[in-house]
Ligand binder design. Structure first.
Ligand SMILES: Cc1cc2nc3c(=O)[nH]c(=O)nc-3n(C[C@H](O)[C@H](O)[C@H](O)COP(=O)(O)OP(=O)(O)OC[C@H]3O[C@@H](n4cnc5c(N)ncnc54)[C@H](O)[C@@H]3O)c2cc1C
Length: 457
């Protein structure tokens, strides 16, 4: 058996990583702050369900756990947009029913991955272990409380998957080994529940959005027929969370902004008051590794805002990429450097696209020009499927196209769509897609996907 390797954080990425490392023959020691999820009830108030897409599924396949996770998944075929006046519109995500994303319970997924890790030879799981820092000079990981180090563990190396607030990242930055920038959003979130009996009439296979310009409510389905709703709203100003300080203000705000959703939120005031108000931000750090001793992976290295539903997907893709690189490098210094070189352009790109998608979800999704360009984009994809793939689809359904490539091709496609829109204002997308001038432009500006990737490699 090779190793050992430490993992700090048995969340989504850490557990998947442990399985992948153990399958490659490493002995893996996993240290998790929380109690064993197999022994406790579900935690409330923190992103109860998540959207899983093709990149995440690929990571699960690499670890051999995709079949085990499959029963937890609810396909979502599109965004169901609830306009303020009550009108509803389903905007399909992809071209057909193979292009869907999946709603999955964070708790059920986390527990399933822990169960799979516990069964895997070579993995030791240690719960209730709060990492409080790293002693680089003495090659030790430190565990305990903020006031007291109670346990030191050899660093051997360590991969930190301790999430967006990573204690390991904080310790490395304090030691001057890395630099970190955290760009916090001015918008926070709170989670609420639509119980099964109040969900009657809500499309069970859609991601529901109530876009309201500066803020929005979304809801994702759960396997028990309930939906988890999330309000994204400014922290300060008007309207904002700061204004929602008493029961009447909360009820007034929801009745005014989401009149068709308010009756579905059965425990609105109780949940709004009891659930934590989460903060959102993007983490940029440089480098992600120190001297072959420590590597940051997943949210610990590159947390992003949740508006593209890609944080977990990206973290699972990290695991798949590291798995490939493990077959190419014996030395941890070289492995960690190669990992960051391979991933950094892509994680920077998804960080940017996730921020851009907030605007799209809460605002432009209602704009007729946006909807027309979206229809035209879908039409062009049907005609030139190896060249023109809408950016959203590249991110969600095409793991063979890296995030950086999706960002680049998306910008070229946007320019083309703007050009067509100006040249043929108001024309039916079906008709203008027939024009040979458009075919020439698409062929001139967009190389076939595989050829473009081969040229970059
Ligand atoms: C509101 C919201 C909605 C989201 N929706 C989506 C979505 O739809 N799709 C998607 O792909 N992503 C989504 N995300 C992002 C996703 O949750 C994260 O990207 C994903 O959880 C990252 O996995 P991770 O393993 O890196 O971190 P985490 O899942 O956060 O796991 C970190 C683990 O480390 C442990 N830990 C933390 N500190 C310590 C310590 N000091 N010592 C020991 N252990 C520690 C934690 O207890 C936890 O188990 C969303 C995020 C939010 C906030």
């Amino acid at each position: 058996m090779r190793g050992p390797i430490n993992i700090v954080g048995a969340g989504l990425a850490g557990t998947l990583l442990a399985i992948v490392l153990a399958r490659r023959g490493f002995r893996v020691e996993v240290f998790e702050r929380r109690a064993d999820p197999r022994l406790r009830a579900a935690e409330r108030g923190r992103s109860i369900n998540l959207a899983l897409a093709a990149r995440g599924l690929r990571g699960l396949e690499v670890a051999g756990v995709a079949a085990r996770v499959a029963p937890l998944l609810i396909p979502m075929r599109g965004r169901l947009v609830h306009e303020h006046g009550g009108a509803e519109r389903l905007l399909p995500y992809g071209q057909d029913d193979t292009e869907v994303i999946h709603s999955v319970s964070r708790e059920a997924l986390g527990r399933t991955l822990i169960e799979a890790a516990a069964e895997q030879r070579g993995i030791a799981l240690h719960f209730g272990q709060n990492c409080v820092g790293v002693d680089l000079a003495r090659d030790a990981l430190l565990f305990g409380t903020a006031d007291k180090v109670q346990r030191r563990v050899p660093l051997v190396p360590t991969i930190a998957t301790d999430g967006a607030g990573s204690a390991v990242r904080v310790a490395l930055a304090a030691a001057g080994a890395i630099t970190v920038r955290e760009d916090m959003l001015a918008h926070d979130y709170r989670e609420l529940t639509i119980p099964p009996q109040q969900a009657v009439g809500l499309h069970p296979n859609a991601l529901h959005i109530w876009p309201r310009g500066g803020h929005m409510l979304i809801a994702l389905p759960n396997t028990d027929g309930s939906f988890t709703a999330t309000l994204f709203l400014a922290r300060e100003g008007s309207p904002s969370f700061a204004e929602l300080t008493d029961d009447a203000a909360i009820r007034r705000f929801f009745a005014r902004e989401f009149p068709d959703a308010v009756s579905r939120l059965a425990q609105l005031v109780e949940e709004f008051t009891a659930n934590p108000q989460g903060r959102l931000g993007t983490v940029y750090c440089e480098p992600w590794h120190v001297a072959g001793k420590v590597l940051l992976l997943g949210d610990a290295a590159h947390a992003i805002v949740p508006f593209h539903g890609q944080g977990m997907n990206c973290a699972f893709e990290d695991v798949a990429v590291l798995d490939t690189l493990l077959g190419e490098h014996d030395d941890f210094g070289a492995l960690f450097s190669a990992f960051m070189r391979a991933r950094r352009p892509d994680t920077d790109a998804i960080a940017r696209m996730a921020l851009e998608n907030y605007l799209e979800m809460r605002d432009t999704v209602l704009d007729p020009a946006f909807l027309r360009r979206k229809a035209l984009g879908a039409q062009l994809e049907r005609r030139y499927p190896d060249r023109f793939i809408p950016r959203y689809s590249m991110v969600m359904f095409h793991p063979e196209i890296g995030y950086a490539e999706a960002l680049h091709r998306g910008a070229v496609q946007d320019a083309l769509l703007a050009q067509f829109d100006t040249a043929y204002p108001g024309a039916d997308p079906e008709e203008i897609a027939d024009l040979s001038a458009i075919r020439e432009l698409v062929e001139a500006r967009l190389a076939p996907v595989n050829r473009a990737r081969a040229a970059r490699a």
